[in-house]
Design a protein around this ligand. Sequence first.
Ligand SMILES: [Zn+2]
Ligand SMILES: [Zn+2]
Length: 440
Amino acid sequence: MDVRFWGTRGSLAKPGQSTLRYGGNTSCVEVRAAGTLIVLDCGTGIHGLGQALLATPPPHDGHLLISHTHWDHIQGFPFFAPLFVPGNSWDIYAPGKLGQKLEQTLSGQMEYNYFPVTLEQLGAAIRFHDLGEGRFTIDGVQVTAQYLNHPALALGYRLESGGSAVVYSADHEPHAPNPVARPGEPPTHVEDRRHVDLMADSDLVIHDAQYTIAEYAQKTGWGHTPAEWATDYAVAAGALRLALFHHDPLRDDEALDRLVDTCRERARAAGSDIEVFAAAEGQEIHLAESAVPTGRPDSAPAPSRSPGSQTVLVVDDDPTMVQLLTLTLEPDGFRVVTASDGESALRVAANERPSLVLLDWQMPGADGIEVTRALRNHSDPALRDVPIVLITSQSGEENTAAGFAAGVTDYLTKPFRPAHVRSRVQAWLLRRRGEAPSRP
Ligand SMILES: [Zn+2]
Ligand SMILES: [Zn+2]
């Protein structure tokens, strides 16, 4: 596999003297494997890739995997020249949300007020794919898509070809603070463990490293990883190389050099010989393929699903929290039912059979852990399997472990931001629907 960075910056393009070496364009990575072009994200960096492609003989076909539709990952889309050329063929993939299609989202930034050419006027043949979690193949390249933790529904991608693996995790915040508490051990939080599993034994991890641990205290909930923790993740995964990525617009070249030194020392202290570097615009990496490409036939990506009616049960003795969550979820089309204590939560759950339960841990009477145990032992299989998310201000390791042992699916840690709740609820429900056929 051949990897080339066209944009490495996060949040905002930042060209200029301070970013000459690592680059100012936002997220875009070119991957060539098994004779196929796969482009990861279409931030402003994709403009340069488009020009480079047009300088070669046609056709200029490919696959564009979008992590999520925040501006810094899609702003280059209307400037990607191959999309304008009739005869070219592009497949475009992004996380499919409950309720809105990728095509609508991309056409939104190309409305008349923002851009002079509409999506319909692009000359290439374009196919849109709303993705869920799962595995599929693109021209013999195995793709694994998995949800990231971000204030917009986002997917990380693992690409495998000929025995090599590249993982792209652009915008992701650890689920637990200090996700890998002890070097060499897996994370305690189930979701952080899944994240490490996505990167397991890969040749190259391209990971969000927007902050430092020191900065993170002020940026908790913004959806990004401190570079030191990105290092911990990659070390725990046994990856060979880590490219720190999605550099903060405020981080100049010299500051990035220092951050790389810090992360290299951290990896060495953990006994790892992983190669750590900061992704630089224009940098190319060749990963030797140990096996002959399988040439296996394409399998289809997880199809987008129709939203249907989704009921969310919110349980909290604090009426302000119930109101906040209701106001957050209803605009996305969810039906919200509520309860103010554990006993009534079990009654409402039995009557309403919700698709998701958001459950306060600390309540008078039966607390969140007891309600979780009661649901997990319920006679109704729909309640035994329903995703349960514990709302808590205690995200310490022991508390988390106790919740997971009781059957909790995940945690929502206070204080949280409405955008974060919206994206996590989508991920919990979509993952759920992908795992099991819907019940009658
Ligand atoms: Zn971003
Ligand atoms: Zn983002």
